[in-house]
Every structure is written in C-alpha cells, then in structure tokens.
Design a protein around this ligand. Structure first.
Ligand code: HEM
Length: 427
C-alpha cells in the first residue's frame, strides 16, 4: 500500500523505505523486545556492579583526605558517600577493582548487542512527538553516549595506560554519574516491560498482547535464532572473560590473559619478578636519586629526622603478605614484604599513641601520584610498612628501591615507590 502523503507515482515513499528512519529498513528477525529485554536484564546486573565497584575504587583513593589525592576537586555533592577505606580484608581492592575491569571487558559484547537490538529506535522520526518524548530521547542520548564514553575511556586506559594523564579520573568519574542517572531513568521505564515480556517464557516470536516496535515489520529469512544470537553474545563475553581475568592471578591463569597488559608473562624471574606498573626510568628516577646519598626524611611534631637505609634496617623489621592491586584491574598474588612499620616511624615523628595520617613523597619526577596522603587507619594497621625487601631479597629499583610503601587493601598508586619523605599529621 502506497503512502497517502505522496502523489501517485511519486518515488519518495520508496526512497523513504530505504532510509534507516523507516522501520522497514531494519530486517533482522532476531530483533524484538524479548531479545532486547534479556540483554537489558544482563546489563542491569552487570552495570550496577560496575557503578558500585567504580565508586568504591574512587573512595579507595581517599580523595576527601587531602588535596594531593583529589583528582576531581569540583565534585561537590557527588562525593557524599566517601568513607575511610578499610585495610581489611587485605585483598579488598584486588577484588573490587578486578571485578570492575574484568566484568567491564566481558560486558562489551552485551552492550554492543543491546545497541544493535535497539538501533531502529535511534533513527526513528520525527525526533520528538511531544515534550515528554523529546525528554525521553535526550535521556537516551545520555544513556547511549554515556555508556559508550565510559566503556571507551575505561578500555583505553587499561590498554594504553595513562592515555589521559591526570584527566582520566574526572572524565570517567563525571561520565559515570551522567551515565548512571540516565541508566536509572531508563531502567525505571523499561524494567516492568522487560519482566512482563519475559514472563511469557519463549524467546522466539512476539509477546502476546504487546506491540513489538523493535521487531521488523518485514523480516528477512532467519539465519540464526534469537537463542543462537544470545549464545553468540554470551560466547563472546566468555571468551573475553577467559582472556582477561587471568591478570588478577599468577601462574597459568596469567598466561591466558592474552588481551591485556600485565597479562601473559611476569617480568623476569626471581623474588622481584612480579608485575610493575611504572618502571623507575618511566618516572625519571635515576641511580643517583636512590644510591648511597639517599636519605628518608621523617617529619612531625618532633621535628625532622633523616635516616639512611642502614638506619632503617637497624630498626625493628616486620613482614606482611600483601598483593599489589592496580586501578587498571590487574593484581599480583600476595608477596612477602619486609620493612619498618609506618606506626613506628610515626613514633619517631612524635606521635607515640594514635598516629595520624601521613603525606608520602617520592623522589620520582613524573606521575600523577608523586605525592599521596594515607589515612590514620592505614598508618595504624600493623601490616602497613615502609618496605625495604620483598620475598627475601632487596627491592629491585623498579619495585621502589631503596624503600616503598605497602598498605593492605590500598590501590597500587597509594603504595608509593622510591619514598623520599614522610610527613605525619600534615596532609
Ligand atoms: C547501557 C545500558 C543500556 C542502553 C545503552 C540501552 C539502550 C536502549 C535504547 C536506545 C532503547 C530504545 C529506546 C526505546 O525503546 O525507547 C532501549 C530499549 C529497551 N531497553 Fe534498554 N538500554 C540499556 C539498559 C537496559 C536495561 C538495564 C534494561 C532492563 C531493565 C533495558 C530494557 C530495555 C527494553 C525492554 C527496551 C525496549 C522497550 C520498548 O520497546 O518499549 N535496557 N534500550
């Protein structure tokens, strides 16, 4: 039947049929609200987990503790939930950030399939039928744009490391809030429908009594069933999971992490042969900075003292088995660190009981976390060390020789390497 808006013999209806704004343009029989609903429910679970673990990762940096830690000083009310990141269990950040990055990678096929399943709607004309419809479309722009933005910035950051020096944190943090606000609105609108159509049980065909605007009005012959298409998406996710999750473990599991930096092989043999984020050379640390002339300055109410490495080694030494867990989602298993307790250094600085937080400064010349602040609960934990040795050997230069911080459950970048100065109480 011709379109009544156009005169007889007019070529325009045929042309319109061939544009993406026409429902007839999209012919896959796989599309339909049931298919979209299944993917939507998977995203609901997965993206909620990503949002929560992302907020936890942000809290773990102690951005509310001191300006040196805060990469998003204009966050205002968005920091309402910040809390003192605990030091136990010692694998906490390894778990939350491993989940954040690994689940994010595994959800890529699901997100792409979801966008593919709703693509006819993105082209639908007229752009807005009413004020309400216009608002809904703007929220969809924020939802789709926000989802793509978060995935792209996250993936680039893992793969290319500090592609956005200093700016990744604000981009990913504010982007997450914009995305999640749109995600909540979309879920509120669509969840009842998703549950209703899936209650019908069958995946193939249309849901009885529902107008299925996502199904093609003129479907092409099927080449795969909806079940088959979902299995392909699930298979893609599983493959990504298998080829990225291993970088949170050691041994054969890491060998399988083919797709991610810090996967595949450990950097060299021996006690220091475990993953490193930044080498000494990458941040401008030279042999002269860390040689015989190196001294640790400890400051506090008792004044300033300067300690050589030999003097530090002459203090009481303690051991702690702790992992390095990076914001990029990779982690090592527990390593045996040995050195001086931070709380003992606080005593030298003049804090006999209840040590406060500490400002840690590195000799490194470059890098966003050259200076960081640690909270009092982190200084007080008996496993928090200024480590001098690892796995029974001196620290290697790339692991922070002459001395580095190691704190249970803290993100890798708070475990400052090549420490030059500790100032207790002044953050
Ligand atoms: C990254 C997350 C998501 C993106 C980018 C996204 C995107 C979209 C878009 C662009 C549409 C078409 C617009 C429309 O029908 O009005 C849509 C439809 C739909 N979405 Fe989502 N969505 C996401 C998450 C979810 C979640 C979590 C659910 C389930 C709770 C869901 C369920 C649905 C359903 C059932 C439809 C079709 C509804 C209908 O035809 O009325 N989506 N989605």
């Amino acid at each position: 039947m011709g379109d009544r808006r156009f005169g007889k013999g007019s070529p325009r209806p045929a042309l319109l049929e061939r544009l993406p704004s026409s429902p007839g343009f999209w012919r896959s029989p796989v599309r339909g609200v049931r298919f979209t609903a299944v993917l939507g429910l998977v995203l609901l679970a997965g993206l909620t987990l990503l949002f929560v673990t992302g907020l936890l990762s942000y809290a773990a940096y102690n951005p509310d503790l001191a300006p040196v830690n805060d990469k998003t000083p204009g966050k205002g009310l968005l920091g309402f939930y910040l809390f003192a990141w605990p030091t136990g269990p010692h694998w906490l950040y390894r778990l939350t950030q491993g989940l954040h990055v690994t689940v994010g990678i595994a959800l890529v096929p699901v997100l792409l399939a979801k966008l593919w399943s709703v693509i006819p709607k993105l082209f639908a004309l007229p752009p807005a039928r009413s004020v309400g419809h216009a608002l809904e479309r703007v929220s969809l722009l924020l939802l789709v744009g926000g989802a793509l933005f978060e995935f792209i910035t996250g993936l680039l950051n893992i793969q290319l490391e500090y592609l956005f020096p200093g700016s990744f944190y604000p981009l990913h943090f504010y982007g997450a809030w914009v995305f999640f606000a749109a995600f909540l609105a979309h879920t509120g609108l669509k969840l009842p429908r998703a549950v209703r159509v899936l209650r019908g049980g069958r995946l193939e065909g249309s849901a009885p009594g529902e107008v299925d605007e996502l199904a093609s009005p003129a479907p092409a012959a099927p080449t795969v069933s909806r079940r088959g298409a979902l299995a392909m998406v699930g298979g893609g996710s599983l493959l990504l999971l298998i080829t990225s999750a291993g970088r949170s473990f050691d041994g054969p599991a890491r060998q399988m992490a083919l797709l991610t930096p810090r996967g595949v092989a450990e950097p060299g043999p021996g006690p220091n042969g475990f993953q490193i984020n930044k080498t000494a050379a990458a941040v401008g640390v030279t042999a002269a900075d860390t040689g015989k002339g190196w001294r640790l300055t400890v400051g506090g109410p008792a004044g300033e003292i300067r300690l050589s490495r030999e003097q530090l080694l002459a203090m009481d030494q303690y051991s702690a088995a702790l992992p390095i867990a990076c914001v990029e989602g990779w982690a090592t298993s527990d390593q045996w660190w040995r050195g001086v307790r931070l709380s003992d250094l606080a005593v030298l600085a003049g804090y006999r009981d209840r040590p406060p937080g500490v400002l840690v400064e590195s000799v490194q010349r470059r890098g966003a976390f050259r200076k960081v602040a640690l909270r009092d609960n982190q200084v007080r934990d008996p496993r928090s060390l200024l480590a001098l040795q690892v796995n029974g050997e001196e620290l290697s230069l790339d692991h922070g020789y002459p001395a580095r911080i190691i704190v249970p459950a803290a993100p890798g970048v708070l475990n400052t390497k090549w420490v030059a100065r500790l100032t207790f109480g002044e953050l």
